[in-house]
Write a protein that binds this ligand. Structure first.
Ligand code: AMP
Length: 199
């Protein structure tokens, strides 16, 4: 699969342990070195900032998309190839996904979860077809995965939906994971509904 542009979701928190910051930094490096163009939330702090700084230091092309109201409380990262200011959070999410070939999530809070769950939901409905890779630093996403498996067990989702994403332990595994992701087509919409038939 030829892929050039990836969207990264990541924490805004500035109070995280070093291993999370290291993972964000390494992800930025790895993506830039592999020649991926990066789109993200445009923040200068937290894991977002660490990832963007590292990618820029490697000569990577990084684009931010920030909602107008956030520019009043923070200025956004100033060294990006572009920082697009959009009217609201909804526009931002769709702009971030619009021209992306894949989604990568570092650990984060509700903002990251929300972005990630939207990408998963769109993929389930055949509206987003790219790989979704979660960087599972410190096994951060284990409990979320437990919840998603529980959702399948209780028949809120189909088993096939568990194939929409993949977890990696280390950011260095992301490029291979992107290349190995199972193909997903718009016809998956036919398996979006849970009917009781095995899928
Ligand atoms: P959270 O994980 O709750 O910190 O939210 C981070 C995610 O939400 C990022 O992927 C951003 O797209 C968005 N976001 C939340 N807060 C900010 C912020 N202060 N600056 C930029 N983006 C943010």
């Amino acid at each position: 699969m030829s892929m050039c542009r990836v969207t990264v979701y990541a924490a805004s928190s500035q109070a995280l342990d070093g291993h999370y910051i290291s993972a964000a930094h390494r992800l930025g490096q790895v993506l830039a070195r592999a020649g991926f163009e990066i789109v993200y939330g445009g923040g200068a702090h937290g894991l977002m900032g660490a990832m963007a700084d590292a990618a820029l230091a490697e000569g990577g092309e990084v684009h931010g998309v920030i909602p107008e109201f956030l520019t009043h409380v923070e200025c956004g990262h100033q060294k990006l190839a572009s920082l697009e200011v959009v009217p609201d959070m909804h526009t931002r999410k769709s702009r971030m996904l619009e021209r992306s070939d894949a989604v990568i999530a570092l650990p984060g809070g509700c903002g990251t979860f929300e972005e990630l769950f939207e990408a998963m939901t769109l993929k389930r409905l055949g509206q987003f077809l790219g790989p979704i890779i979660l960087v599972n630093t410190n096994r951060y996403y284990d409990t979320m995965m437990q919840m998603l498996r529980h959702s399948v067990q209780e028949r809120f989702m189909n088993r096939i939906h568990l194939r929409m994403w993949r977890l990696v332990d280390e950011p260095e595994q992301v490029p291979d994971a992107l290349g190995e992701a199972p193909k997903w087509s718009a016809s998956r919409i036919k398996q979006a509904a849970v009917t009781g038939e095995v899928s």
